[in-house]
Each structure stands twice: as structure tokens, then as C-alpha cells.
Design a protein around this ligand. Sequence first.
Ligand code: RB5
Length: 145
Amino acid sequence: MVALAADHGGYQLKEEVKKWLDEENIAYKDFGTLEEMACDYADVALPACDAVVSGECEKALLFCGTGIGISMAANKVKGIRAACCSDYFSAKYTRAHNNANALCMGGRVVGPGLAVELVDVFLHTEFEGGRHQRRIDKLKAIEDR
Ligand code: RB5
């Protein structure tokens, strides 16, 4: 199960990505926003990120205007490693090396065609572990200070 969340700046892109997830038979839970009315990215990020941390969802796909605000909000949630990406290489290696569990994209930055490429590689790239696990352990140590 994939958690989805967007503010108004990312709403349209979230809806486009949902169409692709439907085509691919990838299950998701949409934590909103469910309309284009302005809302705050921190409010929508939190329940989606909580669902990842609790294990209800494996990963989150998060959207705002730039992808940046919602990534900042997500990275405040203990256990979330969110990456704001607008290129294929980053979306791939934030899984392989950072074991990112949230992909953030900007609805005013990334078009729908690229967005589904980023989502596809993000959802289907495995974490490589090894030396990268040590680095992630250090992120957790910072989080636990
Ligand atoms: C909302 O206008 C916009 O500021 C928000 O979607 C996001 O881009 C912030 O990082």
C-alpha cells in the first residue's frame, strides 16, 4: 500500500499519478487533499507519513507546488526519509542508497509523464544495504538525539 498526500499545489499531479497507479494495479490510500482549495502541506503530510511509520503503508508519494515544503514536513516525522526529486537518477538512488520511504514531487516543477517515471523507479528499486545501512543508522542517531 502506498500513501498519497498533496497540498493544493500538488493536487493535480497527485491525481495524475493515481491514474497511473490504477493502471498498474498498485494499491494506494489517498490522505488528501481531495480538492483544489488551498491547504497547508504540513497538515496533509503528517497522516500519510504516520501511515508509513506505523506500517500501514510501505512508502509515501507526496506532492506540493515545489515538492520542497512537503519534503521538509515529512522529514520532521521520526522514521521518514523523504527525498524531493525531479530527475530519474535521484529517484532511483534515493531508494538504493538512502532507503527513502517518501518521494516528494512538485506539481509546478514536474510534468505528469516524468512524475510516473520517477514513481515507477522509486517504487521498484530495492535498498542496497551494506555500507549504506551504516549511513542510515547515523541519520537515525541524529533523529534520536
Ligand atoms: C503553496 O502555494 C506552495 O507554497 C506549496 O505548495 C509548496 O510549493 C511549498 O513548498
